[in-house]
Design a protein around this ligand. Structure first.
Ligand SMILES: [Zn+2]
Length: 356
């Protein structure tokens, strides 16, 4: 009779620092846009009530991003802060929403051996000239980071900051909680923060203040984020992050807010942003190309923001040498009925390829 064996110790997950020391880290983001497209979140206020109303959809998307190559499960607490909930008149769901988002992400991270990240973001409250807003922002971050710490977050992502001053408060709060930090700034139409600091200098300031990873997320597509990354990497000693939106921004239209569609079709508003950006979407090979170039520029923490879908993320992970579970289904056109070259295909169909 076999003696009962003690349960094996679960393998300790490598920390963010340990992972970054040996290889790039991938973090799937873009929950707002993807769940909006799927019909579970409203464009406009962009508040993630889906966490409470359809938790199964949030969990599924977390799993799909991990399947596609994400090393991180970021709790979906973007815009789940006191100010946004005040704007939609639902202050009462602040804490349940945050705690549930963290619990969903924890479950997926535990089940997949990935890291759990808490998340705080731009508040819409911060005013450089008004110290009372600084205190309000600090209070909002403190409660959210506190919930993330209680949920066992491995680190906290503070992101989409246009004010260096607001990012600084986020970093102070994350550090005070004893958690590693990823601080991500927005480079808008001009690569300068709203409080007037060149984006490279702002990243440098965050690194000097103790951020573990600094970089850029959202708003700019691959083509217009890429030129900013080398100078940031040269200016800081810590790992640099890049999480563009997967849209074809240009020097003339450098952000997804600036994109204008030459097609004269009627839109509900002047801008294609945020619900008519489809024709500008990057294909997966453009994401792969960005990944190669960003890596050469010194980026070590990769991801994609609003607009990203799992196929984009898989292309990014594969370009970094990974074979996530989704690679099982990466394209192989050799057996396509018309376009393939496999000898088992029927020649008559291959000859017809030019008439498709
Ligand atoms: Zn974004």
């Amino acid at each position: 009779m076999a003696l009962p064996q003690p349960a094996p110790e679960p393998a300790r997950r490598r920390t963010l620092h340990e992972r970054l020391a040996t290889a790039p880290v991938v973090c799937g983001e873009g929950y707002l846009f993807e769940l909006e497209r799927r019909g579970y979140l409203q464009a406009g206020a962009f508040v993630p009530e889906v966490v409470l109303e359809h938790p199964e959809e949030v969990e599924a998307l977390h799993r799909q991003f991990v399947h596609a190559g994400s090393d991180v499960v970021e709790a979906f607490t973007y815009y789940a802060h006191r100010e946004k909930l005040r704007v939609i008149g639902k202050d009462g769901i602040l804490e349940p929403l945050n705690r549930q988002a963290l619990e969903i992400a924890r479950r997926v991270a535990d089940g997949t051996g990935t890291l759990l990240a808490g998340n705080i973001c731009n508040t819409g409250v911060y005013d450089p000239a008004d110290p009372a807003t600084h205190a309000a922002v600090r209070e909002m971050f403190t409660e959210q980071v506190g919930w993330a710490a209680e949920a066992g977050a491995d680190f906290v992502i503070g992101e989409t900051f246009r004010f260096l001053g607001e990012a600084r408060i986020a970093l102070e709060v994350i550090r005070a909680a004893g958690l590693p930090s990823v601080v991500l700034l927005v480079a808008g139409h001009e690569p300068t923060t709203r409080d007037g600091v060149a984006i490279t200098q702002a990243c440098r300031a965050m690194a000097d203040a103790g951020a573990d990873v600094v970089g850029l997320n959202c708003v700019r597509g691959p083509a217009t984020m890429l030129p900013l990354l080398g100078p940031i990497a040269a200016a800081v000693d810590c790992p640099v992050a890049a999480l563009p939106v997967p849209y074809r921004t240009t020097p003339e239209q450098p952000t997804f807010h600036a994109l204008r569609d030459p097609e004269p079709l009627p839109l509900p508003a002047e801008l294609p942003f945020p619900t008519a950006l489809d024709p500008f979407t990057c294909h997966r090979y453009e994401i792969a190309d960005f990944t190669r170039r960003a890596r050469a520029a010194g980026v070590r923490y990769f991801g994609l923001c609003c607009g990203a879908a799992p196929h984009h993320l898989r292309a990014m992970a594969e370009t970094l040498g990974r074979t996530p579970p989704a690679s099982r289904y990466s394209p192989d056109m050799s057996k396509h009925v018309y376009l393939g070259a496999d000898r088992r295909l029927r020649a008559a169909n291959q000859e017809y390829r030019h008439s498709l």
